[in-house]
Design a protein around this ligand. Structure first.
Ligand code: BES
Ligand code: MN
Ligand code: ZN
Length: 502
C-alpha cells in the first residue's frame, strides 16, 4: 500500500481529517501549534495532560478524541518529542515512526501532521519534511513478496499530509518532500533487493533488475558484463570468487546521465555477493542465512540510482555492482591460490572468505575508464567493523580529505552515521605475501582497516572513499531485515555536490 504524501500550510484546529498529529514537549509543555489547537478546543489538551497519560518524552504517544462540537477532526494523536528546542534529527525520525505506527493501528486512514512545525535549533524545515517522509515510509515498510497469507490491514494509512507553519515555507517544503519521496523510493528498492532470498536474488537476478530499471528511466543505461567477458578482460580476482558458484558472476554498470556527457561522473561501486558461504574457508552455520545480505552494498547502489533518476538530478552517476556468489565447489578457489588482478598486481588468496575485496578490487580498477570525479565503494566487508562500531555507524576510510569531510557532513545532515578509521600505510604491513604481490588477508587486528588498505591499492588514480556497512546494512533478531542504509547518506552527499557546483 503506497501512502500519498503532501505538504500544506494551515492551523491544526482547521483540519477536517481523520487524524491530527500534534507534538507534546517534555514536562507536558505545549509547542505553539499544539497550543493553538488547545485554545480553539476549550483547553481539551491541557485537561487531558493532567490525567498523566503522556509526559512528552520522546517516544510517548496518546490518543485523544475531541468532541465534534468544537473540533473538525476525528481524533488527535499526541506525540512526545522531548525538549522542543533540542530535538535532534534521530529523535525527529523516530517520533515520525512512532506516529506512523500508531496511525496504522488506528481507524484513521489519513493524517495531517504538525510535527514539522517544531521549533528545534538543530533542524531546518527541509530536514524535517524530508525525514518525516523517511520516518513514515520506514515504519510502514513491509516485505511480503513471499508470504501467502497476507492479511491486509483494513484501515491502512493512505494519506499523510505534512503541515508547515507559514505559507512562505511551502516552496522549501515541496522540494524537501520530493527529495524525501525519491530517497524513500531508493531506500525501499535497496531493502527489497537485500531482503530477497538468495536462491532468487543471485547475480543474474541483479542484472535483470538493472535492465528493468533501464526501461523505467529514460536517462538510465545499463551494461552487463558476464563472467566469460570478465575473465577475458583479466579480472582474475573477481572470477576467483564467482567461478565457485553454479551462478555466473556479473559486473553490472548502471549509467545515469543527468548532466553534460563531458561532466565527470560520481561513481558508486557496490559489493554484490548474493550469498557468502565463505567458500572453501567455510563459515560456521550459525546465522549463515544473514549472508544473503552480503549484497547490501550493491542494493544501496541500486537505491541511489533509483533516487537520482526519480529526481532527474543534473549530475552524472554511475552505479557499478560486482555480483557474485561465494560457494564451496570443485571449481572454487583454494587457500593458497594466486590470481592476477585487472590492475596487474597478483594476490595470494589465503582465506576464501575474504571474497568481498577480491570482487571489489577488479571493479575499482575497471571504473578508472570513467575518469570519475569521485568513487565511493559500499560493502558489507568485515565482521571487524561490527566489533569496532557496532550497528550505529558505518566505517569510512578514504584517500582524500575533502571527500571524507563532505561525507561526514552528509552523514550528520542525514543521520545516517559514519565514523572514519585511518588508512595509514603501516597497517598494510600484514598484507605481505611470500609468494605474490600481496595476500588477501592481514592480521586479525584492525581487520576493517587492512581490508580497506587492500582496496586502496586498486583506487590510486582517483579520489576514493570506502564505506564498510557490515554493521549497518541489516538488522538481526526479531526485526531481521535490510535497513536501506547508506542510501540516505549517499543521496545527501550527491545533493550537496550539486549545490556546490551551482
Ligand atoms: N561478508 C563478510 C563480512 C561480514 C561478516 C559482514 C559478518 C557482516 C557480518 C566478509 O566477506 C567476510 O567474511 N569477512 C571476513 C574477513 C576475514 C576472513 C579476513 C570476516 O570479517 O571475518
Ligand atoms: Mn566472506
Ligand atoms: Zn562477504
Amino acid at each position: 500500500m503506497t501512502i500519498e504524501f503532501s505538504v500544506k500550510s494551515g492551523s491544526p484546529e482547521k483540519q477536517r481529517t481523520g487524524c491530527v498529529v500534534l507534538p507534546i514537549a517534555a514536562g507536558r509543555k505545549l509547542p505553539r501549534t499544539t497550543q493553538a489547537f488547545d485554545s480553539a478546543n476549550e483547553g481539551i489538551i491541557k485537561q487531558f495532560l493532567k490525567k498523566g497519560d503522556i509526559e512528552g518524552e520522546c517516544g510517548d504517544s496518546a490518543w485523544l478524541y475531541p468532541s465534534h462540537d468544537t473540533s473538525l477532526c476525528d481524533r488527535v494523536l499526541l506525540v512526545g518529542v522531548g525538549h522542543e528546542r533540542d530535538v535532534k534529527l534521530s529523535d525527529f525520525k523516530s517520533i515520525n515512526e512512532t506516529a506512523a505506527n500508531a496511525i496504522e493501528k488506528s481507524g484513521a486512514t489519513e493524517a495531517v501532521s504538525f510535527l514539522a512545525t517544531l521549533d528545534a535549533r538543530q533542524l531546518t524545515l527541509a530536514q524535517m519534511v524530508k525525514n518525516a517522509v523517511l520516518g513514515v515510509t520506514n515504519a510502514t515498510y513491509q516485505f511480503k513478496a513471499y508470504k501467502t497469507d497476507v492479511q491486509e490491514s483494513k484501515r491502512p494509512l493512505r494519506k499523510f499530509t505534512i503541515a508547515v507553519a507559514r505559507r512562505k515555507d511551502l516552496a522549501t517544503a515541496e522540494t524537501a518532500l520530493e527529495q524525501g519521496l525519491a530517497i524513500s523510493a531508493g531506500v525501499a528498492q535497496a531493502k527489497d533487493l537485500a531482503n530477497s532470498p538468495p536462491n532468487i536474488c543471485n547475480p543474474g537476478y541483479l542484472a535483470e533488475q538493472a535492465k528493468d530499471l533501464e526501461t523505467r528511466y529514460r536517462k538510465l543505461k545499463t551494461d552487463i558484463l558476464d563472467e566469460t567477458e570478465l575473465e577475458a578482460m583479466g579480472m582474475g580476482a573477481f572470477v576467483a570468487v564467482s567461478k565457485g558458484s553454479a551462478q555466473p558472476g556479473k559486473l553490472i554498470a548502471m549509467k545515469y546521465t543527468g548532466a553534460a556527457r563531458t561532466a565527470q561522473p560520481l561513481v558508486f561501486v557496490g559489493k554484490g555477493v548474493t550469498f557468502d558461504t565463505g567458500g572453501i574457508s567455510i563459515k560456521p552455520s550459525n546465522a549463515m542465512d544473514e549472508m544473503k545480505f552480503d549484497m547490501g552494498g550493491a542494493a544501496s547502489v541500486f537505491g541511489v540510482i533509483v533516487a537520482c533518476a526519480e529526481l532527474q538530478l543534473p549530475v552524472n552517476v554511475i552505479g557499478i555492482v560486482a555480483a557474485a556468489e561465494n560457494m564451496p565447489d570443485g571449481n572454487a578457489s583454494r587457500p593458497g591460490d594466486i590470481v592476477k588482478t585487472l590492475s596487474g598486481q597478483t594476490v595470494e588468496i589465503l582465506n576464501t572468505d575474504a571474497e568481498g575485496r577480491l570482487v571489489l578490487c577488479d571493479a575499482l580498477s575497471y571504473v578508472d575508464k570513467y575518469k570519475p570525479a569521485y568513487v565511493i565503494d559500499i560493502a558489507t566487508l568485515t565482521g571487524a567493523c561490527i566489533v569496532a562500531l557496532g550497528h550505529l555507524a558505518s566505517g569510512m576510510l578514504c584517500n582524500d580529505e575533502k571527500l571524507g569531510e563532505a561525507l561526514k557532513t552528509a552523514a550528520k545532515q542525514s543521520d545516517d552515521r559514519i565514523w572514519e578509521l585511518p588508512l595509514w600505510d603501516e597497517y598494510g604491513e600484514t598484507l605481505k605475501s611470500n609468494f605474490a604481490d600481496m595476500a588477501n588477508i592481514g592480521d586479525r587486528a584492525a581487520g576493517t582497516i587492512t581490508a580497506a588498505i587492500f582496496l586502496s591499492r586498486f583506487a590510486k588514480d582517483y579520489c576514493w572513499a570506502h564505506l564498510d556497512i557490515a554493521g549497518t546494512a541489516w538488522k538481526s533478531g526479531k526485526e531481521k531485515g535490510a535497513t536501506g542504509r547508506p542510501v540516505p547518506l549517499l543521496m545527501e552527499w550527491i545533493l550537496q555536490q550539486i549545490d556546490e557546483q551551482s
